[in-house]
Design a protein around this ligand. Structure first.
Ligand code: BTN
Length: 241
């Protein structure tokens, strides 16, 4: 695939018809002295990786599978995937989807349904691989909790969507290695979880429920249980939408 719009944004872009995982592919290339914002896009993934060890389905033609290399030093790794989710909501707005928001930490929702998920990992050289999956067309085995651009009446294909995300990633990370406080404030404004009663499952399986009061300066979700509790990683459900 030619991907002319995306090639204008990403410094070094590789297209693969099929790969195990674009995140794994970029990790394998880290030793090749990758430039900042090097990217891999795949038509399909055979072992797509989701958060918390889950599998991520990306059937050919129906989704964007994009991984982007953010060269170290990384000053606030906890914020990267949150700000990447902000960039995805802005990219969606530029494509005509004005009502996208973020379920903490980094699920992008439209009308309460997930359209995009993000998985980031640190590399051996202190850089970060940021993986973004986005539903372009309705999948045959799609969950009721998911939604695609097609169902929202948006015709954008892989190239257009990846270029829109890339342009917004550049913007949210423009102050790197530092991050701008204004971007953190923008994340909070786009975060649908703040102000919600939530149920959160921690990585060890513990369940906590309470009011999601804020996202603190480390990017953690602060839940009043009723004592304040700051979460770095969790699966979160909004109890009322
Ligand atoms: C989630 O669980 O919500 C995160 C899903 C992240 C999926 C993307 S698709 C591109 C990149 N490659 C992967 O293997 N995973 C991420």
């Amino acid at each position: 695939m030619q991907l002319p719009k995306s090639r204008a944004v990403f410094s070094d872009l590789v297209w693969l018809e099929s790969v195990d995982s674009t995140n794994l592919e970029l990790q394998r290339r880290v030793g090749e002295d990758l430039p900042d914002l090097a990217a891999v896009i795949a038509g399909t993934q055979t072992k797509g990786q989701g958060r918390l060890g889950r599998a991520w389905e990306s059937p050919a033609g129906s989704s964007l599978s994009l991984s982007v290399f953010l060269k170290g030093p990384i000053s606030e790794p906890g914020w990267l995937s949150l700000l990447a989710a902000l960039a995805v909501t802005r990219a969606l707005a530029s494509l005509g989807v004005s009502k996208a928001g973020v379920k903490w930490p980094n699920d992008v929702l439209v009308d309460g349904k997930k359209i995009s998920g993000i998985l980031s990992s640190l590399t051996a050289d202190g850089s970060v691989v940021l993986g973004i999956g986005l539903n372009i067309q309705r999948q045959s085995k799609q969950l009721d909790t998911a939604i695609s651009l097609e169902e929202l009446g948006i015709a954008g294909g892989i190239d257009e969507v990846a270029a829109a995300i890339g342009g917004n990633l550049l913007e949210v990370f423009s102050a790197r290695p530092a991050l701008k406080d204004s971007q953190k404030s923008s994340f909070r404004a786009a975060c649908l979880t703040i102000g919600q009663e939530v149920r959160a499952e921690l990585p060890g399986g513990e369940i906590v429920t309470g009011l999601a009061a804020s996202v603190n300066d480390s990017g953690q979700l602060v839940i009043l249980t009723p004592e304040p509790m700051s979460l770095s990683a969790a699966d979160v459900w909004h109890l009322r939408s």
